[in-house]
Structure formats: structure tokens, C-alpha cells
Design a protein around this ligand. Structure first.
Ligand code: PRX
Length: 646
């Protein structure tokens, strides 16, 4: 997508009439209250949760360390389940749609029952205590949600690892979090094929690589009759047998507002992903408030977020934010193109989905697949659409608006991050007209600004996106790495630096342009350039590599790797596909480079730093730019010539 198209967008679409008057009035009151008394506003929002004991102090801000609602006691799973039993016990909490088209409806009572059963066993059978870490590596089945909520119920800190990640990624995350227990499955389905999770787990745990891990709980989903694999040093247990063992009921653990709720690993600018830590009271406050406000939730809505629970979107806007509002959610196991490219529309029609939240990459795929894939389905149940994860080009926005939303449904383009825990910016349709491609405005209670590198506010134009005041769901740290927390988020500016570049127009609309650090955004997934580089050099033929992001019509960005071979190795198709495979094995298929170019040298400064900027310019067909600081400027010509043949 060209930046010019995004920045020249001038259309404003007024969708205020689509929001009921009482809810518009509420939102207007939120803006006013947050403006007049920010902390008072957050106290009001926190009171929407159930607290066993109210907090003593709303905020302690010792930059960059925030404590919200100190002294307050609550439980996240209690707020998602127990709280609703009386009024909504028989209401559907989750509609699970499997890849093969069968579905299950779980009421709040059903989900509660399953969560209590697992939670009790986590305590009794596995001795998991408050504060212990539990890694969850599962396909998109209801048991994944049950596992997450069961951990929350007993105060264990969950770390969900997306089931598309490799054995190495899983092992690194179990080790980094010092998890005591792994909850997994024998496999999952993807486009009709089995994803062999059992084999990946076996590989991840081989050679007693995770000595702090005691037990592995396996949900036999694919082959219920197959014996469980022997995992050597670890005790392996059958999930279904375990939960049917008639456990004693335990009350939900009383957690302090600042007790960690979960760790979620995300990519950064080094080769090692960082464990973002979220705590209980602040995270839940924002999750409940923002889900209701942004998605205009009402009791009869059927809400579908297409993200995997392994990402922050799945944590906040599939589980915690929605269940705490007693909503009905759809959870879908599969991909949008299996068994055919109409699968999502069939699900919307079948379950009468009213709110649909997905990623721009998916929207661009739908556009490419053609409107005829949609025409056979009734989408009239839809009333609000959302996007997340990457900038959306105005063309895709307009298509989503007219073809899917039939010009009836407002679109909330929501900007946020794993670190922010919940949505920070979006244009609320009752507040302002929508601007295609632009996330718009900070939510009530959130303070976003565009600033120069010196931290001066920009009133119109481009700059760095920063959040200037602490907010309840902000990350509390990077697990086990305080320096990285400070260095990454708090050393560029005086305020929280999000890593994104953005632009603000004369009407105050903020358009997020994308990452300005060494982090790529491929199909809405965050991938660190250094992570991919570290994987590539694992191949024995590789001497060095540099990875850059190049524009991609479908995925927003694609990965291009420049690779220098060791002496004695020759460029070949086979070698290139081996290198791609090494990345897939080391990180997961989502990180496979789209293009690999073998080069005799990589442009470096005299001190030896690889100049990725030059490579990126060349890969995009631009001129190299300033090469005067290079120690080896000659290689630029060669690489440029090779790039021109692409
Ligand atoms: O670059 C921004 C982009 O996604 C990054 C956060 O990635 P992650 O932590 O994986 O969370 C994704 C889901 C919240 C941001 O730094 N991003 C997210 N939403 C948008 C976006 N870029 C533009 N517009 C958005 N709406």
C-alpha cells in the first residue's frame, strides 16, 4: 500500500445513526468524564467488575512502573463466568465451529462447569499454585479457552503459545517462563490436514530441555484411542481422564489487582521474543470496558473475532473482554479458505453473527477471491465490523464497508498492541465520522499523541506514536528482563513509545503507518527481523544474513532475506528452499521469507553494522540512498543489479 494513498484519504463517513441514542449518550459522557477526571473515569470502569475487596489506591505511577487499583482483590475467571451464572447461566457463552462444520454451543453454566473441573485438578493433581506458570499449546478448540480460564481461576499465570509456532519456539517459551505444566493436544486440523502437535511437543521437550516442567496434560482430540506418547522425564496425563476424576470444587482464588494474569510472548528487535506481562485488575478493567464500548455490545449480539487465542487479540477480544460482558462468542477452528473461500460467510449466516472482527490481510484476501464467494450468504445479521493488527488500505476498507457491511455497518479500525493489553485508538462511530484507513482517536481514558524524535507534540503531520499517560491494561514488564522493558519502551521518548510511526491530520485523526523499528508486520503477525536472521544462520551454508520487510499486496509486508554464503557453498534452488525450511522449523511457517537473495556481501558501516535501510530501498526498487558511511559501498551496485531482475 502506498503511504500517499493512505495519507491523501479525505473521505469521512458518518455512521452515528447506526448507534442507539442511549449508547451514544454514554460514550459522550465517557469522553467528558475522562477529560475532567481521568482517574475518576477509570475508577468508574473498574467498578463494573466484581471485586472481592475494593482497592485502596487507584494509581501509583513511578514511571515506567504503574500499579492500578492497589489493594483491590478480584479474580478474572470469576468475572468471566461465576458472575454471570445467576442471570445468564443458560445463555450461550461460546459457539464453537469446527473446521468440518459441526458446532457446539456452550452455555455460561457449561463453560463454568468445565473450567471448575480443570481448575481443581490443576491444583490437586498437579500442585499448581497461585503465581506458577502454565504454558498452553493447543488448537482452537473449546478446551483451549477452558485451559486459559482454569489457570486464571486458580491464579496460575498462563502463557499461551500459538499452535503454529515450532518446537524451538515452544521450548524457548516454556524455558523462559519456567512453566511447571504444559497443557497441549495430540493435534489440530488445518485445511483438512492434521497438525502434529504431539510430535512438536515431543521434540520441544526432548533431552530434558525443560527441567522445571513437571507434567504434560494432553487433550486427545485427533486420536482419542491412541496411547499417549512417552515423554521421558515428564509425567504425561490424559486431559479428559483427568477432568473426569471427580475433583473437589474450589472457589476462585482471591487475586491482588497487581498479581500477574498472563505472559504473552511477542517479537521485538532482538532474536529473542519477550514475555509481555499483564496483571489482573487493570487488564480486566480495560478489557471489559473497551470490548463493550468499541463493539457496541448488547446482550443479544453474536460476536466473532477471527484471531487465534495465541495472540493478544484472542486473549482480550475473544475471551476476557467478551466473557466479562456475558457476551456470546463464536470460536472457529479453521482457516477462511477451507473447504472453500466462502467459509467465513457461511459461518456468519449459520450463527447469525452480528459483530465481526478480523485483520486487513484477511479482508484483502476476500477481495481477491471475489464477491461471488459472498453472494450466496445472508449477511444481514451483521451490524458492526472491526479490523486489527495492521494498517488497512482505504480500498480494502471501502470494500469491507460496502460488500460485507452493505453500507449499514460502521467499521472500527482498532489500533493497539500486545503491550497495551487492549484497544487504545479507534474512531467510535457515535463520536466522529469514520475515515477509511485511519484508526482515528484515543478512547476515553487513553492519551495518544504524535511527537517528534525530541518528544515535541506534532499537531498536523507525521511522527512517532506515543501514549502519554499510564493506562490500566499497560504491560507491567518483560518477564525476567527489566532492562529490556526500560530500553524498548521508555528510552526513546519520555513517554511510552509504541514502535509505530503515525500521522495526524487537521481534524485530529491519527493514521498509523507501521513499525519504525526492526519489527515486521506480516499478515498482522509481528516478527522480528533479528529473529528471522538468527534462524537463517542456523543453516550450515549461511555466513550472514539481513532481513527486511517489503510491501506485499495481500499481507501488508513480506519477508525478504539477503543471505551471504560461506566459502565452498553455491547458490541453488534447493539451498534456498532449505533455508526457508530452516526458518519454518525454527520459528514457524508464518516467518518463512517470501524471497531469499544470495549476495556476495552485505552493506555494512565501517564498524560492521549491517545497513538494512539500504537493502530495503533496493528491494523496493528505490535508489540505495546515502552510502557514504559504508565500508564496502561496492557491494551495493551488485545487489542493486540483482534486485532489478526480481
Ligand atoms: O504496528 C502496529 C500494528 O500491530 C502492532 C502490534 O502488534 P501485536 O502486538 O502483535 O498486536 C496486534 C493486535 C493488537 C502495532 O505496533 N497494528 C495493530 N493494529 C493496527 C496496527 N497498525 C495499524 N492499524 C491498526 N489498527
Amino acid at each position: 500500500m502506498s503511504l500517499e494513498t493512505l495519507l491523501n484519504e479525505a473521505r469521512l463517513i458518518d455512521m452515528s445513526a447506526s448507534i442507539e441514542t442511549d449508547r451514544s449518550t454514554t460514550i459522550a459522557a465517557y469522553f467528558k468524564r475522562a477529560q475532567e477526571d481521568r482517574l475518576g473515569f477509570w475508577e468508574d470502569r473498574a467498578r463494573e467488575l466484581h471485586w472481592f475487596k475494593e482497592w485502596d489506591k487507584t494509581l501509583s505511577w513511578n514511571k515506567p512502573h504503574a500499579k492500578w487499583f492497589e489493594g483491590g482483590k478480584l479474580n478474572a475467571a470469576y468475572n468471566c463466568l461465576d458472575l454471570h451464572l445467576e442471570k445468564y447461566g443458560t445463555k450461550t457463552a461460546m459457539i464453537w465451529e469446527s473446521e468440518d462444520g459441526t458446532s457446539q454451543h456452550l452455555s455460561y453454566e457449561d463453560l463454568h462447569h468445565r473450567v471448575v473441573a480443570l481448575a481443581s485438578q490443576l491444583k490437586e493433581k498437579f500442585g499448581i499454585q497461585k503465581g506458577d506458570r502454565v504454558t498452553i499449546y493447543m488448537p482452537m478448540v473449546p478446551e483451549l479457552a477452558v485451559a486459559v480460564l482454569a489457570c486464571a481461576r486458580i491464579g496460575a499465570v498462563h502463557s499461551v503459545v500459538f499452535a503454529g509456532f515450532s518446537a524451538t519456539s515452544l521450548r524457548d517459551r516454556i524455558q523462559d517462563s519456567d512453566s511447571k505444566l504444559l497443557i497441549s493436544a495430540d493435534g489440530g486440523y488445518r485445511r483438512g490436514a492434521v497438525v502434529p502437535l504431539q510430535a512438536i511437543v515431543t521434540e520441544a521437550l526432548s533431552n530434558n530441555s525443560c527441567p522445571k516442567l513437571d507434567d504434560v496434560l494432553v487433550y486427545r482430540y485427533i486420536s482419542p484411542k491412541e496411547p499417549l506418547a512417552d515423554l521421558g522425564d515428564y509425567q504425561v496425563h490424559d486431559y479428559l481422564e483427568t477432568v473426569s476424576e471427580n475433583p473437589v470444587h474450589h472457589d476462585a482464588e482471591v487475586m491482588d489487582s497487581e498479581d500477574p494474569l498472563f505472559i504473552l510472548y511477542t517479537s521485538g528487535t532482538t532474536g529473542k521474543p519477550k514475555g509481555i506481562v499483564h496483571t489482573t485488575g487493570g487488564y480486566m478493567t480495560h478489557a471489559k470496558y473497551s470490548a463493550r464500548t468499541v463493539f457496541d455490545l448488547t446482550p443479544n449480539d453474536v460476536y466473532w473475532c477471527t484471531a487465534d487465542v495465541g495472540w493478544i487479540t484472542g486473549h482480550t477480544y475473544m475471551l476476557y473482554g467478551l466473557l466479562s460482558n456475558a457476551a456470546t462468542i463464536v470460536m472457529y477452528e479453521g482457516t477462511p479458505d477451507f473447504p472453500n473461500q466462502s467459509r467465513f460467510w457461511e459461518i456468519i449466516d449459520k450463527h447469525q453473527v452480528s459483530i465481526f472482527y478480523t485483520a486487513p490481510t484477511a479482508i484483502r484476501c476476500f477481495m481477491k477471491w471475489g464477491d461471488d464467494k459472498i453472494s450466496d450468504y445472508d449477511l444481514s445479521s451483521l451490524r458492526l465490523l472491526g479490523t486489527v493488527g495492521e494498517p488497512i488500505n482505504p480500498e480494502a476498507w471501502m470494500w469491507y464497508y460496502s460488500v460485507i457491511g452493505k453500507e449499514r455497518c460502521p467499521i472500527v479500525d482498532t489500533w493497539w498492541q500486545t503491550e497495551t493489553g487492549g484497544i487504545m485508538m479507534t474512531t467510535l462511530p457515535s463520536h466522529k465520522p469514520l475515515k477509511p484507513g485511519s484508526a482515528g482517536f484515543a478512547l476515553p481514558g487513553i492519551s495518544a499523541q504524535i511527537v517528534t524524535v525530541d518528544g515535541d507534540a506534532v499537531s498536523v503531520g507525521g511522527g512517532l506514536l506515543t501514549l502519554t499517560e499510564p493506562w490500566p491494561s499497560m504491560l507491567r514488564g518483560v518477564w525476567g528482563d527489566e532492562n529490556r522493558f526500560i530500553e524498548t519502551y521508555w528510552s526513546t521518548l519520555d513517554t511510552y513509545f509504541a514502535g509505530d510511526g503515525a500521522s495526524i491530520d487537521a481534524n485530529g485523526y491519527i493514521t498509523v503507518l507501521g513499525r519504525i523499528d526492526d519489527v515486521l508486520n506480516v499478515a498482522g503477525h509481528r516478527i522480528g527481523t533479528m529473529e528471522v536472521e538468527s534462524a537463517i544462520i542456523e543453516h550450515p551454508a549461511v555466513a550472514e544474513s539481513a532481513v527486511v520487510g517489503i510491501p506485499d499486496d495481500l499481507k501488508g509486508q513480506a519477508i525478504m532475506a539477503f543471505v551471504m554464503l560461506k566459502g565452498g557453498f553455491e547458490e541453488s534452488e534447493a539451498l534456498i528452499s532449505e533455508i526457508r525450511q530452516v526458518v519454518s522449523d525454527s520459528i514457524g511457517p508464518i516467518a518463512k521469507p517470501k524471497m531469499i537473495m544470495i549476495t556476495p556481501d552485505l552493506p555494512k558501516t565501517r564498524s560492521g553494522k549491517i545497513m538494512r535501510r539500504i537493502l530495503k530501498n533496493l528491494a523496493c526498487g528505490d535508489s540505495a540512498g546515502d552510502v557514504t558511511t559504508l565500508g564496502n559501498p561496492d557491494c551495493v551496485k551488485e545487489i542493486e543489479a540483482k534486485c532489478q531482475t526480481l
